[in-house]
Design a protein around this ligand. Structure first.
Ligand SMILES: *[C@@H]1O[C@H](CO)[C@@H](O)[C@H](O)[C@H]1NC(C)=O
Ligand SMILES: *[C@@H]1O[C@H](CO)[C@@H](O)[C@H](O)[C@H]1NC(C)=O
Ligand SMILES: *[C@@H]1O[C@H](CO)[C@@H](O)[C@H](O)[C@H]1NC(C)=O
Length: 146
């Protein structure tokens, strides 16, 4: 089942009114762009609490960002697992969504909102080497969206 970014985004907003149900934990989350380049890289370990999962799976993705902007991601991968992650932007920040298919027709999805204040332009070692990076907590819970 392919979902539109819009459907995921509205589900992520709806999540704030549901009860807290942590379905994934992100660990060692990083997002940063390369100085002198528009390329940006994401990495995280996606761990599923309350399951047989012990080590989680490492996920990565890359995309093209801008000054002060980290890119949206669709279908970031966590090999060798079938977990995927997406990053959706809106006016106030961005939402990280980790998903896994749990049966033929159903998915478990968790979301975490990153406010814009946690995305900053870092001074580079050279005057033109400034780059954009995530500066929030490395570890955070992702709450069920549906
Ligand atoms: C951006 O998304 C977050 C998480 O879904 C939501 O809480 C926030 O209200 C959204 N901001 C706007 C301006 O839509
Ligand atoms: C987080 O990063 C540290 C340092 O690189 C590493 O030792 C640790 O195993 C990582 N944790 C996970 C869950 O990947
Ligand atoms: C995930 O990455 C961390 C470093 O951040 C590494 O220590 C760990 O072994 C990796 N885990 C797997 C399952 O590859």
């Amino acid at each position: 089942m392919k979902l539109s970014l819009l459907a995921l985004a509205s589900a992520a907003s709806a999540a704030v009114i549901t009860t807290r149900d942590v379905v994934f934990e992100a660990r060692n989350f990083t997002a940063s762009c390369v100085p002198h380049s528009a390329m940006c890289f994401y990495s995280l370990n996606a761990f599923m609490p309350g399951t047989m999962d012990t080590l989680g799976y490492n996920c990565t993705a890359s995309g093209v960002g801008g000054v002060g902007i980290l890119p949206e991601i669709t279908g970031g991968t966590c090999p060798p697992s079938s977990r995927t992650f997406d990053v959706l932007r809106n006016e106030t920040g961005m939402t990280v969504i980790v998903s896994v298919q749990v049966s033929r027709l159903s998915y478990t999805r968790g979301a975490h909102f990153i406010p814009s204040e946690q995305i900053q332009i870092i001074k580079g070692v050279t005057p033109t080497g400034d780059y954009t990076a995530y500066v929030g907590p490395k570890d955070f819970p992702l709450e069920r969206i549906w």
